[in-house]
Structures are given as structure tokens and as C-alpha cells.
Design a protein around this ligand. Sequence first.
Ligand SMILES: [Zn+2]
Length: 269
Amino acid sequence: MKIFKLLSRKYFLKIIFTAFILVFICLPQIALPQTTSVEYICAETDYETPVYKFQTDYKKPTVMIIAGTHGNEIAGIKATQYLKDNIEIERGTLIIIPKANILACEKSVRNFPPDINLNRVYPGNAEGNEIERLAYEIFNLAKKYNIDLLVDLHESIEFYKNNPKNYGQTLVIDSNDDYLFNLSSSIVEEMNQEILDSNNKYQVLVKPVEGSAAYSAYHQLNIPALTFETCRKLPLSFRIEEHIKLVKLILFRWNMITVREINYLKKGG
Ligand SMILES: [Zn+2]
């Protein structure tokens, strides 16, 4: 009986020791779960809008996604709402603003008030009108989190190739410096691989739009910034998937996720 007790204690210690070694070896490879938090910009005003932050123990890189700058460009809004409920990052920090101009989004109009375009007043003004204050808070958020990349999601009523006044199916950059041009070109190339109809393929557009979120991020914060534009003539479900696909492609490239399957339609959107 005594021998049996001794053996079982030895056996027990062996199991504990093996388990300890296993945990020690495996722990660095286990992705630590992200923490999610919500904060508000323009708090306690009509433009109060949520900002979702997903953070891991590896805080860098930090990527910021803006949608709903224009309230009637709904693919980006739906895509970011889907992402904020479903994304799981493994590294870095992801900041998502699904409805930048929340009143324009609620009214499904491009701008609200109608005569002020949020995407022409960056970096904003703390003492200015309500939209300049909104731009100021969004820009401040980018500074506060020391972001490494900004992606602004938009839509256009027409294909760029049909009418160059519109930017449908483009990835717009605000400078043709080598890094930004190569980055956007390779993203467009990858996005285009899965687009069968050649009319719907994307192209890189070098078009500095002063006062836009991307322009200010690039020229004042010195970080890469991309404005993505789908064409509203294409089906909404396709456009939403494209916005999700773009964001996931970027997170994948920045090593923030390791799997980038799109299952928006399977989940029923
Ligand atoms: Zn827009």
C-alpha cells in the first residue's frame, strides 16, 4: 500500500511536470485574445459617434479604418459594422469608426449639413463649425493612437473610367511617392485577381485631395493613407464584401490577422 502511494505520488508529479513543460513551450505561440473597447468622439453633441478599439498585447501596428464620412456611401458603413462584430486580431491595434458623420449616415445623405463636406476640412478646427470640430476630433484620435496606417472607405456614383469626376473602383493616394504607389498598386493587383469582370477592376489613382482625411494623414502625420472607392452601380452585397476584403487584406499584410476568409454572405450579412 505504501509503495503504491509512493508510485502514484511520483506519477502525479510526473504529470504536473509534463503539463508545466507543455504550457511553457506552447504559451508564446498561443495568440492572446484581443480586448475591445468603445469610446466616443464629439461626446454629448449631435455628432457623437462610437469608435471601436481592438487591442492585443502587441500594440503595434495601429491601423485606423474610417467609414461613413459620407452618409449615403453605405458599403463601407455596413462592412465596418460587420467587422466590429466579427473581427479577431492577433497582433496590433485596430481602430474602427463606422459612422464618421453620424447625422449624414442616419439621414442617408452625402453631407450633413448639406453644404459642408467632412472630407474637405481636415485636419479640422477645435474652434470651427460642427463638421470642422468633428474632423478635428477624428484627426486627434489618429494622433493620440500614433497610427501607422489610415484607410478611409468611400463609394462613388460612377466608375472613374466612365467619368473621371467620379472615383468608382479606385484606390486613391495623395502622393505618388514610391512607397505609397507600390503599396496601393500591390493591393489593387491582389483585389483585382478575384474580380472576373474586367469593367469592375480597380485602379490606383494618384489624386491629392486637399482637406481629405487621407491627405492630412499623409501630409501632416507622415503615414501611409488610402481612400478606397467602390462604384454604387455594382450590387450592394458585392460592394460590402469588397470593403471587408480590402480591410482584411491590409490586416493580413500588417500581420494583424493570419486568416482572411470572407464569410459575410454566409453569415447573412
Ligand atoms: Zn465619399
